[in-house]
Design a protein around this ligand. Structure first.
Ligand SMILES: [Mg+2]
Length: 303
């Protein structure tokens, strides 16, 4: 509260000072109030206001430092990051950041109160923008690589939420707030209707043009190969070197399974120059690849 009052006073003071140096007559803001005062009184008022502001800021700073350090006195006025989540009653943006940075692990569902937040994030353009930054970095990295010229460089792509989007499914199932339902999700997969993730496909096509071979490595199972190929082709993917699916019934964590498949690629003489996925389990576990890229995914967690 002290901070808010201090910042409000600062704004008023700035208006007063700015107004006092402005000779225009059309403006009828606080300057007109100032003009009703004798000059000396106005100057004294400004000085007094400045002194009170100084005291208030000092007071606010000391009270803020009791719980956290003050970064900048104006920051709360500017609506810094965090407000949107807090307005919803839960800091959903902080929750999402913890998920993306792998500070939060082993979670099963999106917090119920964050359904709207996640939905807006996924559908409102933010998700696409975040993905674009990741892919821009990946392309810049790929363009800077010196290739051996023997056709052995490969780039590993995950499929779900990396190459294809299951957002149509999640949009009708609570945006990840409901427990995973293998039956209904697999029914959706078998439709082969998952749309492309355009930024990832931009990377995919760029890599082919550079001479780097894409390899799909997915947690989808071998019995979903045909529909997965159909879905990928429907969405404009072609020219991949391999599509690696999980054997039906294999009991292994995602990290163990995927790192094992990457090891096989490496043992066969391929050089994994890049690896991109939406889950941390896509990009953890040696050999990860020379460089990894994490796409956003606040919908679900695969350990
Ligand atoms: Mg995935």
């Amino acid at each position: 509260m002290a901070m808010a009052m201090a910042t409000a006073k600062l704004v008023l003071l700035m208006v007063l000072v700015a107004g006092s140096s402005c000779g225009g007559s059309a403006w009828r803001g606080p300057l007109s109030l100032l003009r009703t005062l004798p000059t000396t009184t106005a100057a004294q008022s400004v000085e007094a206001a400045a002194e009170r502001l100084k005291e208030d800021l000092s007071s606010a700073a000391s009270s803020a430092s009791a719980s956290s350090s003050l970064i900048h006195a104006l920051r709360p006025l500017m609506g810094s990051a965090g407000d949107l989540g807090l307005r919803a009653g839960v800091p959903c943006d902080s929750w999402r950041l913890a998920v993306e940075t792998y500070n939060k692990r082993d979670w099963t569902t999106v917090p119920g109160s964050c359904e709207g937040y996640v939905g807006h994030y996924m559908l409102g353009g933010h998700y696409r923008r975040d993905s674009r930054v990741v892919v821009d970095e990946a392309i810049a990295y790929a363009e800077g690589l010196k290739l051996a010229g023997n056709g052995k460089e490969v780039w590993v792509f995950d499929i779900d939420e990396t190459s294809l989007s299951n957002l149509p499914y999640y949009a009708t199932h609570g945006f990840g707030t409901k427990p995973y339902n293998a039956t209904s999700f697999n029914e959706y997969v078998l439709e082969g209707s998952a749309p492309v993730l355009p930024e990832s496909q931009r990377l995919f096509k760029k890599l082919i043009s550079l001479g780097i071979k894409p390899v799909f490595l997915t947690g989808r199972t071998e019995d979903q190969r045909a529909i997965t190929v159909t879905n990928l082709r429907r969405q404009g993917y072609s020219g991949w070197m391999d599509l690696l699916l999980k054997p039906v019934g294999l009991k292994a964590t995602a990290i163990a399974y995927k790192s094992g498949e990457r090891q096989k690629l490496q043992d066969a003489g391929y050089v994994i120059v890049g690896n991109i996925g939406d889950q941390w389990s896509d990009i953890l576990g040696a050999p990860e690849g020379a460089r990894t890229f994490k796409l956003p995914d606040p919908l679900y967690y695969i350990g």
